[in-house]
Ligand binder design. Structure first.
Ligand SMILES: NC(=O)c1ccc[n+]([C@@H]2O[C@H](COP(=O)([O-])OP(=O)(O)OC[C@H]3O[C@@H](n4cnc5c(N)ncnc54)[C@H](OP(=O)(O)O)[C@@H]3O)[C@@H](O)[C@H]2O)c1
Length: 333
């Protein structure tokens, strides 16, 4: 765990449930994974957070070796190949293949591992059809093709949902499948090759303020919308699902607030203290036109709702970035 890892604001779940249980969190060293590992450890679980250099889950046999080494009761599969819109445009083939392979290997390894009682899978809001009623309902997940830049990643993740559903149906394998909206928070990645929208916009505004620039350039028109989920809220929902929920029907995790890209950067600029002009580059893609999810199922089935409001979450993220620039901007390995 890095020295600069931000303090988690989430509370552990019921300690007695997790006490002594062995959990494997794939991707446990990642942005979301570190928060999940922390919550589970605080609740008394014995947590393994394998790195890709030890267990490359795209490789056959690796997932089996991982589960044999730790004999977990729960597997929380967070390992993934992810990035923002620029990365999605540049790397569609590995985005599709690596996410599909990792999940496929992991699901099958969990099926045959005698210790595993439940597998938690993470989907993505990028799986939703490009045009679908807002807020997105889990029932509309299959009603159309995803926005093109998201499709390779979104469809790979959606194929894993089918895999979970057929294995549940045919073999009685136990799953939860959660679909978080765009995550943000302390510990996020700020290197331009992989950053998502919030870190990318924070970095632009901070650098413009520092250099005295009178403007920042922003991709798209600003009219697209997103729903942002604070990383600790997502971790809390995942641990809760692992504890209380079984079923391979997808569950949205959202923050119940749709925010345009324009409002996103205006809020960031205000919090950062950048007062210059926002110049929109409409030749660059907006990505999906609107994104907001219906969180009813998460409330009903997990008894979960998000705790952190958008502005507080942004403030925490900016504070962490300013205090940890080297770590935040480190290029991906
Ligand atoms: N970030 C978001 O906005 C967002 C939104 C919705 C859903 N999600 C989902 O949430 C999960 C976590 O995302 P994140 O943002 O925390 O990602 P992240 O920071 O990029 O972490 C992903 C982790 O996956 C591991 N990994 C990558 N390739 C691997 C491989 N071949 N074998 C084994 N492990 C591998 C990496 O481990 P090493 O560091 O050891 O290489 C990395 O730590 C993913 O499933 C993602 O799809 C994320």
């Amino acid at each position: 765990m890095s020295m600069s890892e931000p303090e988690s604001k989430s509370q552990p779940q019921t300690g007695s449930f997790w006490s002594g249980r062995s959990v494997v969190v794939t991707g446990g060293a990642g942005f979301l994974g570190r928060r999940v590992v922390r919550l589970l450890s605080d609740a008394g679980a014995v947590v393994a957070a394998p790195r890709s250099v030890e267990f490359d889950l795209t490789q056959p046999g690796s997932a089996e070796a991982l589960l044999a080494a730790h004999e977990p009761t729960e597997v929380i599969h967070l390992a993934a190949n992810v990035g923002g819109i620029g990365y999605n445009l540049a790397q569609p083939a590995p985005l599709y293949l690596s996410n599909l392979l990792m999940g496929t290997h992991l699901i099958e390894a969990a099926r045959f591992a005698p210790s595993v009682e439940k597998t938690i899978l993470l989907g993505t809001v990028c799986s939703y059809p490009k045009i679908t009623p807002v807020p997105f309902s889990e029932d509309n997940l299959w009603d159309g093709y995803p926005e093109e830049t998201n499709a390779p990643y979104g469809i790979a993740k959606k194929a894993l949902l089918v895999h979970a559903q057929v294995n549940e149906q045919q073999y009685g394998q136990r799953f939860s499948y959660l679909i978080p909206t765009n995550l943000y928070g302390p510990g996020d990645k700020f290197h331009p090759s992989v950053s998502h929208v919030i870190p990318a916009l924070i970095k632009k505004c901070v650098e413009a303020r520092e250099s005295g620039s009178d403007h920042v350039e922003v991709w798209g028109t600003g009219r697209a919308s997103r729903e942002y989920l604070y990383v600790d809220d997502a971790a809390d929902a995942i641990v809760r699902a692992a504890e209380v929920h079984v079923g391979a029907d997808p569950i949205n995790l959202g923050a119940d607030r749709e925010v345009t890209i324009r409002e996103t950067i205006e809020t960031i600029a205000r919090l950062v203290g950048f007062e210059g002009e926002l110049r929109w580059d409409a030749t660059k893609p907006d990505g999906q036109p609107r994104r907001a999810v219906d969180g009813t199922r998460a409330g009903d089935q997990l008894g979960w709702k998000p705790a952190i409001n958008f502005e507080d979450g942004l403030r925490n993220t900016i504070d962490w970035y300013l205090a940890n620039r080297d770590e935040a901007e480190r290029p991906p390995a």
